[in-house]
Design a binder for this molecule. Structure first.
Ligand SMILES: Nc1ncnc2c1ncn2[C@@H]1O[C@H](COP(=O)(O)OP(=O)(O)OP(=O)(O)O)[C@@H](O)[C@H]1O
Length: 319
């Protein structure tokens, strides 16, 4: 059951404003603005080359945007005036007892994960294949463990503070393995897992960093229908049971339409639609943009969007 209230307007965890990213003469993202609601699953969709991954790379600090502001509201409430003040000054973030905000376009990728609380997965799985499943989740908590050792040899000496932190890291890893149904594979090399299980492990690894916003780049790519259904259940549980906001890029319209509270549609780097799944599904601009894809994909898109065959051609969409 999809929620009809608009968290993205009432309580945005992420606000992207006037984002532009140029590569030489190519404008990959063009003056794009959108909000991601706290506690929502938000999907960023659009035809190939629309600019989705570029947006992700800007939000997660892999690219420095040409222009634009990207605000992450980690917790509490920070007023518009305080945000304006932070923007005018040179700082990357502001933390007060009322709440904390981060200007992600000013921050390096590792700081975005570590202090702003944004975690991501990639289009191509990036696990440490030779390490065990459990070790992959412990490595993800390296920063926390380093802090616990006070960046000294406390870890090697087994000082109590470090030992406690190491125990907690293991407990967290085991708990996430249980949630993603991989506990029985904890000691196997990650590379030995089937593809769908590797995707779940990547998500668990991202969650071990305690994110407020989890960014997933095509999590359903390469999954069979059963694995896709399991992914849907996992993502809904991450939202509902753990309160983590999810922003995903996904080509599988079955997944997108079933789980998304909010969908943003890009085409040629610009936003062409923004709303609930049902609003976006019936937007002629979206259907037209999608029908600009290869002929063999047209029927699939029409079926996934639940529109009558040929409906969008009547709107004069690009062919
Ligand atoms: N590092 C880069 N240098 C030059 N051009 C780039 C770079 N990254 C992306 N682009 C270009 O920017 C445009 C948007 O690419 P992007 O990968 O963001 O699209 P996408 O919507 O994620 O596509 P897909 O669905 O195929 O993954 C494309 O024309 C792409 O070739």
């Amino acid at each position: 059951m999809q929620k009809e209230h608009r968290n993205w307007a009432a309580d945005p965890v992420l606000s992207v404003e006037h984002l532009t990213m140029r590569f030489g003469g190519l404008v990959a993202v063009d003056d794009l603005s959108f909000d991601v609601g706290r506690g929502d699953i938000t999907a960023l969709i659009g035809p190939n080359g629309a600019g989705k991954t570029t947006v992700f790379n800007c939000v997660t600090g892999f690219y420095k945007p040409t222009e634009g502001r990207i605000t992450l509201r980690r917790d509490g409430t920070v007023s518009t005036e305080e945000l304006a003040e932070l923007t005018r000054g040179g700082n990357q973030y502001r933390k007060t007892d009322k709440g904390s905000i981060f200007l992600l376009e000013r921050m390096a990728d590792f700081r975005i994960t570590e202090i702003a609380g944004v975690a991501r997965t990639f289009q191509n799985i990036r696990l440490f294949g030779g390490m065990t499943v459990l070790e992959n989740l412990l490595v993800a908590q390296h920063n926390e463990l380093m802090r616990a050792s006070n960046y000294t040899i406390g870890g090697l000496l087994g000082l109590p503070g470090y030992r406690r932190a190491a125990e907690a890291a293991k407990e967290k890893a085991v708990e996430w393995l249980r949630r993603v149904d991989l506990l029985d594979r904890a000691d196997d090399p990650a590379a030995d897992l089937p593809y769908g299980a590797q995707r779940r492990l990547e998500i668990a690894r991202a969650l071990c960093t305690n994110p407020v916003l989890l960014c997933l780049d095509e999590p359903a790519a390469g999954l069979n229908p059963r694995e896709s259904a399991e992914l849907n259940t996992l993502l809904k549980s991450i939202r509902d049971d753990h309160g983590v906001s999810v922003l995903l890029i996904e080509h599988d319209m079955g997944v997108v339409m079933e789980i998304s509270d909010h969908i943003i549609v890009l085409d040629y780097g610009k936003k062409i639609s923004d709303g609930t799944a049902s609003a976006v599904r019936n937007d002629p601009k979206v259907i037209a943009a999608y029908l600009g894809v290869d002929d063999e994909e047209v029927e699939e898109v029409e079926r996934d969007l639940h529109v009558k065959p040929g409906a969008a051609t009547a709107e004069g969409g690009p062919q």
